[in-house]
Design a protein around this ligand. Structure first.
Ligand SMILES: [Zn+2]
Length: 437
């Protein structure tokens, strides 16, 4: 039986602060990389270029002929990666536009079933979609053409084509980026050696050396992310790892995510009890630093130390989150984990000391990591509908009250930890099929 693979990103970090001059060289590449991406976005992001996107050779050839690489003086090894990077974004953008239009069309009550069939067909068949958008007659391979003619005969095709064009004009956003903080790098533009990495720069045959915190070496396309404020870099390495199937992972576990305790299970087990403390410490430190900074603005010359420490605190927090998620999987041995669909935005925030946007961001991080770890361990992660889930009694289903972290039901008289009550409801909804997708 073939082993399932799952894509995972490994990170590598620079060991010591980069020299200012070296960081400048890397920033130059990132700046060019951004320019090329924007050039590709504006030239190939529109309706008329749809037919050039697959398989992409046309774009590559036209970009070579444009002379833009020479204008920038950019090494070809970076130039073409920037093009493919931008192309990927454009394709993704088209997928989004098509999804959006499909949704609107399905909700539109003035359309008959035949109308919808016709539009669905056009959205699905790339050539047809392009031709309609560019006001050309639809010409498809024989079997598809026959199918198309049959569908078109039953509807007012003109009117529907106009609808499609109008929706695309309205919803297809042209891409642009202002970020110049990183670039993809192919194997022939870097070399691992001497406990670090040598990276090609714009000057011919010159490389800069960055010592790394680990001695691992990879042979794939990497992404170099720059942190000029902190004088450091992060390398993102995509690797395929085999899914680790665990014979003994058989449990069904409902979980509830929280602000103070990261994760509570339906059995009342806690993981990440220190999350709240970590977040408060972090927020307090930021506030204090901002205060000091504002007071000494005049004699302040750079905030390198501040950014360095901020980043270290974030890394500590993330490493704690990952450690606790690992412990959760190891101890609970789940076959399936049930989780509420979306974290409910908490009106006003439970505690003002925790910066709201930061909490949202950490929450996104926790969900992302949980999703990835479940994939890596062959654990199924299922989302359940979350409406009123924390207000229902998990014992009898009646609405209850929440006080001091407890859920109290006046109907059946039970008193149970609030998060455990929610996690139980999550499990019950999951087991009874009240799930999303
Ligand atoms: Zn009850």
């Amino acid at each position: 039986m073939p082993v399932d693979k799952v894509c995972k990103t490994i990170h590598q970090y620079s060991k010591e602060p980069l020299k200012e001059a070296d960081m400048q060289k890397l920033l130059e590449i990132a700046e060019d990389y951004k320019k090329v991406k924007n050039y590709v976005y504006s030239r190939f992001g529109g309706l008329h270029s749809l037919s050039k996107l697959y398989p992409g050779y046309t774009v590559q050839n036209e970009m070579t002929a444009s002379g833009y690489r020479e204008t920038l003086g950019m090494p070809s090894v970076y130039f073409y990666l920037a093009i493919f990077d931008a192309l990927g974004d454009i394709k993704l953008q088209w997928t989004r536009t098509k999804t959006k239009i499909s949704k609107l069309m399905n909700q539109n009550e003035s359309f008959t079933e035949e109308d919808k069939h016709y539009l669905r067909f056009l959205i699905k068949v790339s050539n047809g979609f392009e031709e309609v958008l560019n006001q050309k007659p639809v010409e498809l391979p024989r079997t598809l053409q026959k199918q198309y003619s049959e569908l078109a005969a039953k509807v007012d095709a003109e009117r529907l084509n106009r609808y499609l064009c109008r929706q695309v004009r309205k919803h297809h956003v042209k891409l642009h980026t202002d970020r110049a903080d990183g670039f993809a790098i192919a194997e022939r533009a870097y070399r691992y050696a001497d406990h670090g990495i040598y990276i090609s720069i714009k000057e011919k045959r010159k490389r800069i050396f960055v010592p790394l915190t680990d001695h691992n070496q990879y042979k794939s396309q990497l992404y170099i992310k720059l942190y000029p404020k902190e004088s450091c870099i992060k390398i993102k390495v995509p690797v395929n790892v085999a899914v680790r199937e665990h014979e003994d992972y058989r449990n069904q576990v409902g979980v509830s995510l929280g602000l103070y305790t990261m994760l509570t299970t339906d059995q009342g087990h806690h993981y990440g009890d220190e999350l709240g403390r970590y977040q408060i410490e972090y927020a307090d430190w930021i506030r204090e630093q901002t205060r000091i900074y504002n007071r000494n603005k005049n004699e302040n010359c750079g905030r390198k130390k501040y950014y360095g420490k901020k980043k270290r605190l974030e890394e500590q927090l993330h490493s704690y989150i990952n450690q606790e998620l690992n412990r959760f999987l190891r101890d609970e041995k789940p076959r399936t984990v049930y989780i509420v669909k979306l974290p409910k935005p908490q009106a006003g925030g439970v505690n003002k000391r925790i910066n709201h946007s930061m909490t949202q961001w950490q929450r996104g991080y926790i969900r992302k990591r949980l999703t990835q770890k479940c994939k890596e361990h062959g654990v199924e992660l299922v989302q359940v509908l979350g409406k009123e889930i924390s207000n229902e009694c998990s014992g009898c289903g009646a609405a209850g009250k929440k006080r001091d972290g407890y859920f109290i039901c006046s109907n059946c008289g039970c008193r149970i930890e609030e998060k455990t009550n929610t996690a139980r409801n999550v499990l019950m909804r999951g087991a009874s099929g009240k799930t999303v997708n």
